[in-house]
Design a protein around this ligand. Sequence first.
Ligand code: 0A1
Ligand code: ZN
Length: 849
Amino acid sequence: MKDSSPQTVYLSDYTPFGFVVERVELTFRLAPESTRVTSRIRFAPNPETTDRTFFLHGEELRLVSARIDGAEVTPDVTERGLTCAVPDAAFTWEAEVEIAPAKNTALEGLYMSNGMYCTQCEAEGFRKITYYPDRPDVMASFDVRIESDLPVMLSNGNPGAAGDGFAEWHDPWPKPAYLFALVAGELEARSDTFTTRSGTPVDLNLWVRPGDLPKTEWGLEALKKSMRWDEEVYGREYDLDVFNIVAVDDFNMGAMENKGLNIFNSSAVLASPDTSTDANFERIEAIIAHEYFHNWTGNRITCRDWFQLCLKEGLTVFRDSQFTADMRSAPVKRIGDVIDLRARQFPEDQGPLSHPVRPDSFQEINNFYTATVYEKGAEVIGMLKRLVGDDDYAKALDLYFERHDGQACTIEDWLTVFEDATGRDLSQFKRWYTQSGTPRLSVEERYEGSDYTLTFRQHTPTTPGQDEKAPQVLPIAVGLLSPNGDEVVPTTLLEMTEAEQSFTFPNMASRPVPSLLRGFSAPVVLEREASAEQRAFLLAHDTDPFCRWEAGRGLARAALMASVTEGAAPDVAYLDGLRQVVADPALDPAFRALMLQMPTQSELAQALAEAGTTPDPDAIFAAQEALMRAMAERWQDLLPDLAEQARVTQPYAPDAAQSGKRALGAAVLSLQTRLDGGTAARAQFDSADNMTLRLSALGCLVRADAADDALAAFEAAWSHDRLVMDKWFGIQIMLAPPAKAADRAAELTGHPAFEMTNPNRFRAVMGALASNHAGFHRADGAGYDLLAHWLGKLDAKNPQTAARMATAFQTWRRYDADRRARMQTALRTLRDRPGLSGDMSEMVGRLLG
Ligand code: 0A1
Ligand code: ZN
């Protein structure tokens, strides 16, 4: 483990490495406690610099021997790497190291999961495998030989010689070390072939432990769809003879785009109707696409340094959302993405962890795989596309691939491509990459003569380390509706560049109703004092699905806030307006299900804090329950009809049409449970023939505190399946009545199947607690103490996952003095633990500010 005083690295300090790597040859002799790795690396002086310091990263390695051009050398070895005197000209470095994959619980570098060997090298895991310049701008082709008695041995690139006890792999595409991968184990594959549009056949394999083969069909289909889509939409073809995917049970993140050998968290690739929900199927399709798309946006063109992470991640998330929009419903995908952005990125950008999409300093890069880099990074690309238009976006992307293939690039390179392809000056737009915080946008309307004028003001509150904020380029998509509901001005893109700016629409016969920020055209908080009538009007008439949904969401938020702050009764006008939309059989059931989804308790807490009211988690929970109950009571006559509309009669398929119906059905069942205490939910639980229906019913029962029998039956039926048991652990905490959530989580840490070293299981318990808003924020601090205690324990074994989960505390400043003090104490106790990791120490330090 690294020491707890990591150093801060600055973007402005970038310098190239003094050597280029011409070739890497690696041999692995696998053994759980003592794997031997020998490396033979050809270095040559880098003509771009005169600095010839020869420093190779290396951590937790036992150096057995080192040679330069065949002669033994004795390098200077520290905890972080080695230095050595080297010749002035090209030379060959050879080293042998010993590592212990079986002892690696951090899941970075080479480790073991269920008896199989696997690797995770992004961002800085390769240095735990051998000594190497472990930085993304050092790219090389790799030859790998694996020796073991395991039947399957895989690495990047194309297969070479293989025989009894060994397998060789050759990757012709120069790559940084973070894309290196190795897998060995008793695995079986579902296989297929994909023929690229230029006619080259590619062998596809999805490798799993033998019992998991029935869960591989969906993943492989998703891979083929992704390969075809990238050819059709971006003109990108695959570039090796094989594409291997491996499912691994112990994995810190969702998946990893290693060249030609993607490694997946089994939860992000394995699916079957009986064990996975519709949401799981959709997520798997998206993650397979995401990792596959990285082959061009990340692998063929990579990042110069880790500050440029959004170069590959923002673009690849943007590409995978386009893919999902094409495969499923574009408006439903967009609304889902906005819900997610507001739930995860907005709190980050408005709290102590706020950082620019391209950070300019960090201590531990693992802590910067954030919603800001990924999701806001994707929003920035969406804005760029909106501003330049679809054709110029396509031109710019073609130029990007042509100009930078095989290179390690920066955000400057990316923006220059857009400037060159479109003739636009993007210097102001670049602020989206360098300025942190969520811009707030307010608007005033004026109607004079026949001129209708919208005046916008933008302002970004200060964020840690950034006191001054400059105006950003905001693409604001606007439509105007006449009072009778007709659209009089179709979607028009206003380009705002000033702190305050007006846009006039002449010749308006009557005062229109504006539909603002259509499609959520910029990731801002729209501060708009729309009246309930205006919102209800937009809910009924807006042609833009996002704005229509947003109008309903705004009404729900206002009703809930009034209930929390003034004890107002549930807003009947809102319920009746919503009913019109929800009952409309012409509308997509998935869209109607989204309309029925209430603002989250955390979102309400944020909105209250912004309005100057200290949020009370119990009051928020109670208000939400009261509104749902009122809705259920007022719509009693409608619910059976809605349930019928949501019924699927065909055999199960995880497609958009069926999933939409089941999502609507789940929302209806949740209302029904408020009326019958769980009778309908129990009936659905018992008769369900797929996991989506079973789990939504179980969730209703848990929320009604009537799930004991169902939970026992579920456990008895599924104790053999880890992924299903993660659902079982999670749901009974996530949806537990708030007073019980922390106790339930504590109790489940004593369950024989609770394994803290498995990130999925740890998240199923502790992540679920953090997501039960009122449960986590229980007034006596039990939720805080439990989470902090377990984060401390996990930190000693797996700092990366532990530190990520500490983000649950990022909103601590919102709450009342008592809760604040309890959260601070929990964080300080965590901070003061002996041997705290660098990851966690950076995180807690930033959280406490
Ligand atoms: N690059 C992968 C996810 C990933 C990110 C960070 C990791 O370790 C710090 C590992 C994997 C992706 O975007 O899918
Ligand atoms: Zn990615």
